[in-house]
Design a protein around this ligand. Structure first.
Ligand SMILES: [Zn+2]
Ligand SMILES: [Zn+2]
Ligand SMILES: [Zn+2]
Length: 254
């Protein structure tokens, strides 16, 4: 059995938003403080991230991540990859490249956006991450834990969610195609993105996410990638049984 920790549960801007004084952004509740979305998986002494969120340094320090064997990227959007440079800290600790898995299109975008990492040149000082990009189409193991890509639609973009044993992690999503719905049948835990209350072209709203939960009927659901319209306590009161808002620092068995 493995453990999954939510390193961040916020949308691309994080919560609170810079310059916003709404009730949720001004809240003192720690569960309303959301770094950019990412999770950390630990299994049998091995450790992997899903995405390298903008806040990775802070997240790794807070969670006490001491070693990293792999990263699984969902897609190339800034909030999911901009912590990539922090991976060099793990290179320093481990003295070997870190395997970074993703869809070929995602890895191509990462290779282009972060050309300084992948240009084959030695950096003049400070060092840079030593990463091995690997296309993933099928299951990869972290310890005995199985990580399998699940194709989902994020607006016009085809991206990946991931199955971690019988738990699914699907952050940025506006539609789950029928074949993937089949892969997600009978889950122990569904982790699903629910951006907020207003319709959005690339993300499920809370209402749409609850529709998916109803269809898939997992045992437990945690909602993530949340914006500042979803105050933790107030929203939690309105959720159906066995559906919860995730929060930064929450750990679950997978
Ligand atoms: Zn995102
Ligand atoms: Zn706000
Ligand atoms: Zn995105």
């Amino acid at each position: 059995m493995g453990k999954l920790t939510f390193l961040g549960t916020g949308t691309s801007s994080g919560v609170p938003l810079i310059g916003c004084s709404c009730a949720v952004c001004a809240s003192n509740n720690l569960k309303d403080k959301r770094l950019r979305s990412s999770v950390w998986i630990e299994a049998d002494g091995q450790s992997a991230l899903i995405d390298t969120a903008t806040d990775l340094r802070q997240q790794a320090l807070r969670a006490g991540i001491m070693r990293l064997d792999a990263v699984f990227f969902t897609h190339h959007h800034a909030d999911h990859v901009h912590g990539i440079d922090e991976l060099r800290s793990f290179n320093f600790l481990q003295n070997e490249p870190i395997a970074c898995y993703g869809k070929s299109e995602t890895l191509e975008r990462i290779r282009t956006h972060f050309a300084y990492i992948f240009n084959g040149k030695k950096s003049e000082g400070g060092g840079k991450p030593n990463l091995e990009l690997r296309v993933i189409n099928d299951t990869v193991k972290v310890g005995a834990t199985q990580v399998t890509p699940v194709p989902v639609e994020h607006g016009a973009l085809d991206i990946y969610g991931y199955l971690i044993n019988r738990t699914a992690y699907i952050t940025d999503c506006s539609k789950i195609p029928p074949l993937s719905m089949k892969l997600l049948a009978g889950l122990d835990t569904l982790i699903l993105g629910a951006l907020g209350l207003k319709w959005h072209n690339t993300h499920f709203t809370l209402e749409q996410a609850l529709g998916v939960v109803k269809e898939l009927a997992p045992q437990t659901t945690y909602l993530t990638h949340l914006n500042h319209n979803l105050g933790h306590d107030e929203t939690s009161k309105r959720l159906p049984a066995n559906v919860y808002l995730a929060w930064d620092g929450l750990s679950i068995d997978v």
